[in-house]
Design a protein around this ligand. Structure first.
Ligand code: FAD
Length: 439
């Protein structure tokens, strides 16, 4: 069986190693960080994430969904906090059983790595930072505490995240490699709402909380220990932005004005704000995602998206299934398997990238409006009245495995039909009124 060198044992790397291990490949998985089980929490990234149908399906297919989801917290809808502290709950779906789940990144990462390690043909090497890949020979170079190390395989698969070293090597070695990165003007900072004194949640536990404030927003996801991880998404620069928060008083004033109901639940706000990094939000598009039968990209390394649809990890997990299916379809032709995987996933990753940026505007601005809430109610009424025929975009993306590009296209058609119908109904009503007035 071929020997595959995987770079990056993050969420997708661990899961992919498990899939490939099950398929019988010799897998060597290299990770620049220390073993997460030694208390090395994945720093600077979201502590928890929303996992939904696509991600859960990928875990189920390898038999680890129950184990991974045992501490996950279902979130049934958005809890909108307006400036006065008033709350509005907007369910995600007409079916109350359909929910997204808040799951801890570190625990999930450990679960997928352990799933991979159950296969004796999978070996995991921590503290190996990939510095360069020679894609023609499928050799990877690593920096380790003991010095430089080389790994030789039949192919190298880059599962090393948005700032992928494998992708950088492909970029420099493949003629006409297309690459595009686009940063939002917004960054993000994580803050904490600790548990109540009895370990209970100090806000509704089964919801994703949003404080929409037009050009910026804060969100909060529940954790199993009773705390919430809040994320403030805000402009880096501008008259009121991360850049203008010079003192503790500035921070305190901003939170008092914008998030008064949350600030009283955030005793470590000033420390968190000072000490936690401000992350950037990037969309990465590239092509191709493979080179002959020698190299391939999976997950954020191929298609990082901004986090506003809660789909980056879900999509990365879906990649693992599709690549595994392509290996099944073309067991003797790895180049064909890579090419088919790229063909299946590229347009969907591009569609997701657009949906994710669009959902930022929806979350930070539209969720606060009555029109948005009315549209959601109409969506749910249509979904209930036309089961299987009308599916809101959020439902298709989050609660089905319909390809992202197809979901986006179907939503555009549905919206056009709904708006056209509303226009016709309005026109008939006006005509009827005019007729009544005239007679
Ligand atoms: C704030 C925020 C919130 C998010 N929320 C959600 C959400 O709710 N739902 C969701 O589905 N997605 C969410 N995402 C997206 C999600 O985090 C990513 O899509 C997911 O982590 C991608 O998995 P990955 O394995 O491809 O990359 P990563 O998780 O980034 O893993 C890459 C791994 O490669 C390792 N690595 C990197 N470089 C090297 C190297 N040179 N050598 C060796 N190892 C290397 C890294 O240490 C890491 O372990 C969010 C992202 C952010 C930033």
């Amino acid at each position: 069986m071929a020997k595959l060198v995987l770079i990056g044992s993050g969420l997708a790397g661990g899961l992919l190693a498990a899939y490939l291990g099950r398929r019988g490949y010799e897998v060597d998985l290299y990770e620049r960080r220390a073993d997460p089980r030694e208390g090395n929490i994945v720093g600077g990234r979201s502590i928890n994430l929303a996992i939904s149908t696509r991600g859960i399906h990928a875990l189920e297919q390898i038999g680890i969904a129950d184990e991974a989801l045992q501490h996950a917290i279902p979130m049934r809808g958005r809890m909108i906090h307006d400036r006065s502290g008033e709350l509005h709950f907007s369910p995600y779906d007409v079916d109350p059983k359909k929910c997204i789940n808040s799951i801890g990144r570190a625990a999930l990462n450990t679960t997928v790595i352990e799933a991979a390690q159950r296969y004796p043909n999978v070996r995991v090497h921590f503290n190996h930072k990939c510095t360069e890949v020679d894609i023609e020979s499928a050799n990877a170079q690593f920096e380790t505490a003991e010095g430089a190390v080389t790994a030789r395989g039949d192919a190298v698969i880059g599962v090393d995240g948005a700032f992928s070293a494998v992708r950088k090597s492909m970029q420099s070695q493949i003629a006409n490699f297309q690459y595009d990165e686009s940063y939002l003007a917004h960054g993000y900072k994580e803050l904490t709402i600790p548990p109540g004194p009895d370990g209970s949640w100090r806000m509704e536990k089964n919801a994703l909380h949003i404080w929409p404030r037009k050009s910026f927003m804060m969100i909060a996801l529940p954790n199993p220990d009773g705390s919430f991880t809040c994320t403030l998404f805000w402009e880096f620069e501008g008259p009121r932005s991360f850049a203008t928060m010079k003192t503790d008083d500035d921070v305190r004033r901003f939170f008092d004005e914008e998030f008064p109901d949350a600030v009283s639940l955030m005793p470590s706000l000033l420390d968190d704000f000072r000490n936690n990094p401000t992350g950037s939000l990037v969309t990465i598009r590239c092509a191709p995602w493979f080179y002959r039968d020698k190299a391939c990209l999976v997950g954020d390394a191929a298609h990082a998206v901004v986090p506003f649809y809660g789909q980056g990890m879900n999509a990365a997990f879906e990649d693992c299934i599709v690549l595994d299916e392509c290996f099944e379809e073309f067991p003797e032709n790895r180049e064909r398997a890579f090419a088919e995987y790229f063909r299946c996933r590229k347009e969907n990753a591009d569609a997701l990238a657009e949906l994710a940026v669009g959902n930022f505007i929806e979350m930070r601005d539209k969720t606060a409006s009555k029109t948005f809430r009315a549209k959601k109610k109409l969506d749910h009424a249509l979904e209930a009245a036309l089961p299987g025929i009308y599916l809101p975009l959020y439902t298709m993306v989050t609660f089905t495995r319909m390809p992202y590009a197809k979901a986006a296209k179907r939503a555009r058609i549905q919206d056009a039909l709904v708006y056209a119908s509303l226009f016709v109904i309005a026109a008939i009503l006006v005509a009827a009124l005019l007729w009544l007035v005239a007679t």
